[in-house]
Design a protein around this ligand. Structure first.
Ligand code: NAP
Length: 286
């Protein structure tokens, strides 16, 4: 007798524009696994009950997206990484215990490794724009990789100061208008929502960056943001937000369906086609 089909889902509010079903259902089909991956629209006041009843609903785990990432931490046994970031995006049942992690961290790092090999070799300073949830994952990843100096530039400086308290003295908050930090940056990361469809453009001139600098973008709608376009025009190496989106999905799939999936050109093409088809819609939700 074959094993019963496993099911996972993405939980958000709203959740209709999540691309996670496209990614996981692509892998299920590719590996011939009899599983299912669905969307679950769950309002904030019902999230804790939903998480508690995950197994009863027939799920072996879930992705968690906006606005539930902090609530997911409280509703589960989070690992060290999710605790460090202060948010969880992946849940799984481990012999009846609901566990959680944050895979944005490895999604960010694995994508950089794939697109811009040796980006961290001799890296002195990194500059992270933004201090929201995504920036926390990025900073956690950079410090974990041994980057000793992470400048955090955020519109609301107080939020950057909070990250220094969370992650320690490797984090250096500076004012939003202070672009002098670009001159010796080996890595620039946009972890704000600026540049995303429907949002203002990121008002940043990449010319002061050194020629060896790598530019990483988290926004993936549009696929090529003005920041990426400017960096490429300058001949800088880049990593885009769609790459991170694909790599952050790998561990959830492995935990739920028992196979480490591959990030393929075919998967990327599928997502690009989907994003192209809804280019006029503001996306950005995993
Ligand atoms: P968030 O928690 O809401 O943080 C938003 C950040 O953008 C804050 O630092 C905010 O600054 C800044 N910001 C917003 N509007 C601004 C403006 N007009 N001028 C200057 N700064 C502004 O959002 P998040 O969850 O961190 O997500 C950030 C981006 O990362 C989104 O585009 C999201 O789609 C993307 N993301 C991508 C992936 C992926 O896999 N590629 C994964 C996660 C997130 P203040 O603190 O001053 O408000």
């Amino acid at each position: 007798m074959s094993a019963p089909a496993r099911a996972a889902c993405v939980v958000g509010w709203p959740v209709a524009h999540s691309r996670s079903p496209l990614i996981h259902n692509y892998w299920l089909k590719r590996y011939g696994i009899a599983g299912e991956y669905r969307r679950e629209a769950v309002p904030p006041e019902q999230f804790a009950d939903f998480a508690r009843a995950l197994a009863a609903r027939g799920y072996v785990g879930a992705n968690v997206t906006v606005p539930h990432k902090a609530a997911a931490l409280a509703a589960s046994q989070p690992d060290e990484r999710a605790r460090a970031v202060g948010a969880a995006n992946t849940l799984w049942l481990d012999r009846g215990v609901l566990r959680a992690t944050n895979t944005d961290v490895e999604g960010f790092l694995d994508n950089l490794d794939a697109c811009t090999p040796q980006w961290d070799r001799g890296l002195g300073k990194a500059v992270v724009l933004g201090a929201g949830g995504a920036a926390r994952g990025v900073i956690c990843g950079l410090i974990g990789r041994g980057v000793a100096h992470v400048t955090v530039v955020n519109r609301t400086r107080r939020r950057a100061e909070v990250l220094r308290r969370r992650f320690g003295k490797a984090v250096h908050p500076v004012d939003w208008a202070d672009t002098s930090v670009l001159a010796d940056a080996g890595l620039l990361v946009n972890a704000t929502t600026l540049g995303m469809a429907g949002q203002p453009e990121l008002p940043l001139d990449v010319r002061p960056l050194p020629g060896h600098a790598v530019v990483a973008e988290l926004v993936y709608v549009p696929l090529v943001t003005p920041l990426l376009r400017a960096a490429r025009a300058r001949g800088l190496r880049t990593a885009d937000g769609l790459g991170m989106l694909m790599y952050q999905a790998v561990r959830g799939f492995a935990l739920w369906f028992g196979r480490v999936p591959e990030v393929t050109a075919e998967l990327r093409a599928l997502l690009e086609a989907d994003l192209g088809a809804s280019a006029d819609q503001a996306g950005g939700i995993t």
